[in-house]
Design a protein around this ligand. Sequence first.
Ligand code: ADP
Length: 462
Amino acid sequence: MGIRLLLLSNLKEFLMIKKVLIANRGEIAVRILRACKDLGMQTVAIHSTADADAMHVRLADESVCVGPPQSRNSYLNIPSVISAACVSGADAIHPGFGFLSENSTFSHMVEEHGLIFIGPKANHIAMMGDKITAKKTFANLGLPTVPGSNGAVTNIGKALKIADEIGYPVLVKAAAGGGGRGMKVARSKEDFTEAYETARREAGIAFGNDSVYLEKYLSNPRHIEFQIIVDKFGNCVHLGERDCSLQRRNQKIWEEALSLVLTSDLRDSFGRKIAAAVKDVGYLGVGTLEFLYENKNFYFIEMNTRIQVEHPITEMITGIDIVREQILIAGGDKLSVSQDEIKFSGHAIECRINAENPETFFPSSGTITNYHCPGGPGIRVDSALYNGCKVLPYYDSLIAKLIVHANDREQCLARLQRALREYVIDGIDTLIPLHLSLVNDPSIISGDFDIHFLERFHKESV
Ligand code: ADP
């Protein structure tokens, strides 16, 4: 104990960041708090009035109320969040994911106030936040992209012409898109005008930017993404891939690492190619490049410039604490590993436990009347839940992540089944019953699925 305290206090003296404000809530705020505490850093939570009793507030060293329940007035209120950091004496802000994490104005303002933004530079957030620019940037650096319009399509006449050239089905996508919104499929020319207008309208409302572009709609790809980390000394590594093909409404609900369909040679060569491209862009920190993978070809779709929901499965198979690396790199440290030191061990699966009806995906809220968390070998639960806590209607429905690790995929599925059966969350609807049926499905067991699997699975089971 004495030695541990001594080590922590020694470590503190060398750290550039001593106090972190976590500009988020829920399980990711708790996850970040844990990384900060392991590093001996002080933590400041922010919360809305509705979240005063939330787990992230209870676990932080200090907390500041930043506004009323609605996110736009609290967690998204930039002046309130930055003021909270200044009054609490924090020297850095970790944005987590969602909320302000991909807002380049926010990251710029954080730095203007003399604080460290734990994430990439504002110009890279803006560059990757515009998917058209992101695609062009990586295409120029030699990464394959989905065939489509070469930029935004601004009128229906031109759009129809380009759609004909691409060949149906065609996907209309919002340049500023995220969370599966502002994306519409046109199966034929007859559908196109409606898909185009609807995508524009949705994008305008959701993102305040109705710019859209077109892509060939791939019929049976997998979603495969690579985790990368870059430090300011030009070291850039990839931590292998995650297969996130199991999605509902283009949003992931089950992720695996590694993917069953890549050979280790392909992983190594493509991973290094991606890392080199990211380094060329001058990027700093953690990021994920997302690809569709069909007929042994990769197609880049976007880059996320933040920590991702599904990062724990990569942590489980590499033993690397990605959030810790992210914080240390933001403080000016070197990456703790080189590419050759990164080894993959076993298989990991994450199930997103959303507060949703497992058949309709309708969000559910209320008080947790009984909570029991699974445990035992290979089980990790990232959540902010506790007995008697409230699941509020104002925020994202992701309330917990069940992460399972084992020597191989077969054992991982067996453990996952055991953990899902142990998990008790009473008082609200969750996706646990859906995950239980997935874990027993022959196609999931054999690993034979693509991004459309869940839509088909659902149609058959209702
Ligand atoms: P968002 O930023 O909204 O999450 P993405 O571009 O990352 O949007 O795509 C989300 C999901 O939509 C992908 O994982 C995939 O399932 C589907 N998708 C995206 N582009 C295509 C495409 N060209 N063809 C088929 N499906 C696609």
